[in-house]
Design a protein around this ligand. Structure first.
Ligand SMILES: Cc1cc2nc3c(=O)[nH]c(=O)nc-3n(C[C@H](O)[C@H](O)[C@H](O)COP(=O)(O)OP(=O)(O)OC[C@H]3O[C@@H](n4cnc5c(N)ncnc54)[C@H](O)[C@@H]3O)c2cc1C
Length: 396
């Protein structure tokens, strides 16, 4: 399909924006992707990549490049954070690939970003502009959208066929929507770190760990080809910081894990530095598109990371957006179709993340009931509960 003259512009070169650039280019569109940061640098943390996301990355020829840095954990081991007792173990590894045709991987975010970036650089019809910010967006009649690019104190007027706001939870593209909706703090904080794998027991290094406790839970998994362990402590607490992410002390983490299993305390004690993030939510039921504007990823639907699907949903969005744009002659109609196709599923995933927040953080007899229910459900039925998320494949 020939490239159209005016590009589709994307604000934000995060996981969602880079994937959208690749998918749109593959659909024959010229793309201009604009990133505020002058250098692409992902947080030093991990990401679980489920089969639904891996399927899109495979089609975009990114999965093979990622494989050397990825780990396929054998199982997700769910335990009570206080007693340390295992309550369930759900197989991942080969059984996931057999069941869904794509793997469940855990990766360092930078490895995924590098693989996406390398693919973007191979596409000559993708113009990546770093250190540039999209501002002053205006609808330029029915034919184009206009905006200003700010770069190192200079301003450049730009026109595009459409502008995709993949600019994250604090999206400035979203802020110009007539029915604007703000991101809200969820009352949950994530403390993140990575620790060297050397010296850790092998059962920790081959599995994903999920420890459930009162008002908090802990997730860990290997990343960087198994050289490091990604560790996240998620806590219900107020946010008093001046910015939405900042360094945190080991004492704050130790305090949140007081009365927890010594295994978890010992793991957390190995970390030399922590970063904490306020977890914010964008209501997925609000508008995602307006004429030639569309939101994608966290800009449209930032969610609690309690189903590990935020980036996966951004990756799915990118695939559906590109298909929709190739299937429709009119861009506004394509964007509307994209929103209609994505919204019900994303709302369901967002609601599941919130339900998990309540279940994961139970205490006392309710926590006992939860653990018993998980034991009774067993690995097969627990695995089956994720079918509707993992079985998704991108439309051709
Ligand atoms: C603790 C934690 C664990 C998580 N674990 C998982 C997981 O295991 N699996 C999973 O799928 N998801 C997970 N997520 C969610 C996932 O990280 C996000 O959903 C995902 O990174 C969102 O990607 P994005 O591209 O939409 O936004 P972002 O990654 O935020 O990218 C937005 C980009 O836009 C740029 N930008 C902003 N404004 C402008 C502007 N005006 N002009 C130009 N550029 C701009 C920013 O600099 C940034 O690079 C987790 C999240 C957290 C907090």
């Amino acid at each position: 399909m020939p490239s159209k003259d005016a590009p589709v512009a994307i604000a934000g070169a995060g996981i969602g924006g880079l994937t959208a650039a690749l998918a749109l280019s593959r659909a024959g569109r010229k793309v201009c992707i604009v990133e505020r940061a002058s250098e692409l640098r992902e947080a030093g943390a991990g990401l679980q990549l489920s089969p639904n996301a891996c399927g899109v990355l495979r089609r975009l020829d990114v999965l093979d490049a990622l494989e050397p840095a990825a780990v396929a954990p054998a199982a997700i081991r769910i335990a009570n954070g206080q007693t340390g007792r295992e309550v369930a173990s759900v197989p991942l590894g080969e059984s996931i690939s057999r069941r869904y045709g794509n793997p469940y991987w855990v990766v360092h975010r930078a490895d995924l970003q590098n693989a996406l970036l390398a693919a973007v650089k191979r596409h000559t019809d993708i113009d990546l502009r770093l250190g540039c910010e999209v501002t002053e967006v205006v609808m330029n009649g029915p034919r184009h959208v206009a905006f200003t690019l700010h770069h190192a104190g200079t301003e450049q007027p730009m026109e595009a066929d459409a502008l995709i706001g993949a600019d994250g939870v604090w999206s400035s593209v979203r802020s110009i929507f007539p029915a604007q909706h703000d991101a809200r703090f969820t009352g949950q904080t994530a403390y993140r770190t990575t620790i060297p794998a050397a010296g850790l027991p092998s059962w920790i290094l081959i599995n994903t760990g999920l420890w459930l406790g009162p008002n908090a839970h802990v997730v860990h998994y290997p990343i960087s080809g198994g050289d490091k362990l990604n560790l996240v402590v998620l806590v219900e607490e107020d946010w008093t910081g001046k910015t939405w992410s900042e360094p945190a002390s080991s004492d704050a983490v130790a305090g949140a894990l007081a009365n927890w299993s010594p295994v978890v305390q010992e793991l957390a004690g190995r970390a030399s530095q922590w970063l904490k993030w306020a977890l914010c939510r964008v209501d997925a039921s609000r508008p995602w598109t307006d004429q030639r504007l569309a939101l994608l990823g966290d800009a449209a639907h930032a969610m609690l990371p309690f189903v590990a699907q935020g980036a996966a949903m951004a990756i799915e969005d990118a695939a559906v957006l590109a298909t929709s744009i190739s299937a429709h002659k009119s861009l506004p109609a394509a964007l509307k179709a994209y929103e209609a196709a994505r919204k019900p599923r994303v709302r369901k995933v967002q609601a599941l993340a919130e339900r998990n927040a309540r279940i994961y953080h139970l205490s006392g007899p309710m926590a006992f009931g939860r653990d018993t229910a998980l034991r009774l459900l067993g690995p097969k039925r627990l695995a089956g509960q994720m079918d509707w998320i993992y079985r998704w494949t991108a439309p051709e």
